[in-house]
Design a protein around this ligand. Structure first.
Ligand code: SER
Length: 612
């Protein structure tokens, strides 16, 4: 079964059961300053899981684009990817465990509507109860009924977590079966569904964890029963409604149901790898990993650029830069010709054309950004090369781990490339080079990890008041820029933290001081007028008939929210497609100040602004 078919079957199955099909939200969270990218399907839905009404109703289904970079160094093994799609069905206070579990079973096993998996190869884990939350006996009972009704064994594993042909339900603790996206936010116990990938190895028998570690059992779907909100004080408060959040990784599922050992053997990667082979010279085992890395990273980069991310030294832009530079480095190992990366990007754009039309709509732009970063990286490398000779001279012509570290951290000069050059030049290499380099890198990573954790400690649900104010200020600024500079000023991105806002837009020159002042004054005027901010939920066709600003090429749901700010005389000042939230009245914003206007790339400018 192709990945497109799996995605479509999933959406259809739940649509038929009353779920509204949502388009994927952008990879970059719109209103959540606490994470750089959506890392799970539930992230864009957090406000609704916390109780806000969703315009499309309380049964939803989607395929959400996600980025996870926590395991970036593991990409290239069987399973780790930075970009993936998560299929999910959602109940916002509607159905709960019984329907969710029954539908999961039906979707996985139905040949007509689902994936047609062999039911006797399914095993499930459930929450065994911890931290004052009781064991999920209800889910256990439902699973036993489902399996029983299909004449499958359904005994429950004991504390020893031992599984055999009679035992199909395994209760596990918080680490395995309690789901939360960050430190705080909506959460709950879950039930995870595993598939026996190697029945040919004989009857399944052993400790559950060992069967998972040996990849005999592979997790294919997670059903989270979200009933709590974990507060900053560590308390689990009951949510206003009981929700269901499910997540099925499309890549892994495609591999498993087609009997493949790795996601790279599926149609989600084969065309990309074939393209890489056209350019690559070597094909030993070492280069296999390099190919996987290039394929994964270019795919992630294409999706990020399409969602408005530009290579930079901070935040989302830094992640993109890192992925592209890794792609160049590993591409270099494969001796890819310069420019090969944008041809590989072409294949990605083509593969996903139908599901994600915003790729094709921007294909020239995407390829240009990739080429530019590739070139910049080669320039960086040549700067590093000069420095390398200087450092070497200072060190009595001995290359060591400290030099490698300086080259890497200050010039992005890869360790492997440095070693190659040193060897070619016949320079003496200190014996502990690799150890010293690794130790310094580890220290460096621990420091930056500590920094990142500090930055994101707010967790997911932190839509602080300041962020909401900045969000409304973003709408005012967007409109003000259109009025001051002209209609070409389309929004290219925005980013909000509780301290400031950033707004990227298409404009080819530096703004003059006068233009900046005009835009700033206009925003402050609208704040001083105390205008009401309202929204309406409209069918997409109707919303498109208004002049509300929206992103060209983006897919919207059948019902969209349109936010409007009207002047006192009733004339519309600003109107945009947007999920919210916003303040109720512009008078809540305070004084608006542009602190910086700069270029981010050719034809794109960035404004940083604060509310005082
Ligand atoms: N939030 C859960 C996960 O990411 C289910 O979607 O696994």
């Amino acid at each position: 079964m192709t990945s497109n078919e799996i995605r479509q079957r999933f959406l259809n199955f739940f649509a038929k059961r009353g779920h509204a099909v949502l388009p994927s939200a952008s990879l970059v969270p719109e209103n959540d300053p606490t994470v750089l990218f959506n890392t799970a399907g539930m992230q864009p839905l957090v406000p609704y899981l916390l109780g806000q009404k969703h315009p499309q109703g309380n049964r939803l289904v989607d395929a959400q684009k996600c980025i996870r970079t926590g395991d970036i160094d593991d990409v290239g093994d069987n399973r780790h990817l930075t970009f993936f799609e998560m299929l999910g069905n959602w109940s916002l206070g509607d159905y709960f465990k019984k329907e969710a579990i029954n539908w999961s079973y039906e979707f996985l096993t139905s040949k007509e509507e689902g994936l047609g998996l062999d039911p006797s190869r399914l095993y499930v884990t459930v929450f065994k109860g911890e931290n004052g939350i009781p064991r999920d006996d209800e889910s256990i009972k439902i699973w036993q009924e489902v399996f029983g009704a299909h004449d499958l064994s359904h005994e429950v594993a004991g504390e020893d977590e031992f599984v055999n042909k009679n035992i199909r339900v395994i209760p596990l603790g918080t680490d395995d079966n309690f789901w939360i996206a960050g430190a705080i936010g909506p959460c709950g116990g879950d039930t995870e569904i595993f598939y026996d990938t190697r029945p040919e190895d004989g009857e399944l028998s052993g400790k559950f964890g060992d069967l998972v570690d040996s990849f005999r059992l592979i997790e294919i779907w997670n059903n989270v029963f979200m009933e709590f909100n974990k507060t900053a004080e560590g308390k689990y408060e009951k949510l206003v409604s009981q929700n269901v959040d499910t997540g099925m990784g499309l890549e892994r599922t495609t591999a498993v149901i087609n009997g493949k050992n790795t996601v790279f053997e599926t149609d989600l990667f084969i065309p990309i790898l074939n393209k890489i082979d056209e350019f690559a010279v070597s094909s030993d085992d070492q280069s296999k990993r390099a190919k996987f890395i290039v394929a994964d990273h270019i795919k992630a980069a294409v999706f990020m650029i399409a969602d408005g991310v530009i290579p930079a030294n901070t935040d989302q832009g830094y992640v993109l830069r890192r992925l592209l530079r890794r792609a160049v480095r590993f591409g270099d190992q494969l001796k890819l010709t310069p420019g090969a990366l944008s041809s590989i990007a072409d294949v990605v754009i083509e593969m996903y054309e139908e599901s994600y039309p915003n790729l094709k709509a921007q294909d020239e732009y995407i390829k240009k950004e990739i080429k530019k970063e590739e070139q910049k990286f080669w320039e960086t490398l040549s700067d590093g090369f000069h420095e390398y000779h200087k450092l070497l001279l200072k060190n009595q012509n001995i290359f060591d781990g400290e030099i490698a570290y300086t080259l890497f951290t200050s010039y992005g000069f890869p360790f492997e490339v440095a070693l190659d050059i040193v060897k070619e030049e016949g320079v003496k290499i200190s014996e502990d080079t690799s150890d010293v380099f690794s130790a310094l890198m580890k220290k460096h990573q621990d420091l930056s990890r500590a920094g990142a954790e500090k930055k994101f400690k707010g967790g997911l649900a932190d839509t602080s008041e300041m962020s909401v104010r900045y969000h409304t200020a973003t709408h005012l600024l967007n409109e003000a820029l259109h009025r001051v500079l002209g209609e070409h000023v389309t929004q290219k991105g925005s980013n909000i933290t509780p301290e400031r806002m950033r707004f990227d837009f298409a404009h080819s020159q530096k703004m003059t001081d006068e233009e900046k002042k005009k835009a700033e004054d206009l925003v402050n005027e609208k704040i001083a007028e105390g205008l009401e901010v309202s929204f309406a939920e409209l069918p997409k066709e109707e919303a498109l008939k208004t002049n509300a600003r929206h992103n060209f090429g983006e897919k919207y749901g059948d019902i969209v929210k349109v936010y409007t700010i009207k002047n006192k005389d009733g004339e519309i000042f600003s109107q945009e497609f947007c999920g919210g939230p916003h303040v109720q009245n512009t008078s809540e914003l305070g004084k608006f100040k542009i602190v910086k206007e700069e270029a981010v790339s050719a034809g794109v400018r960035r404004i940083k602004a604060v509310l005082e």
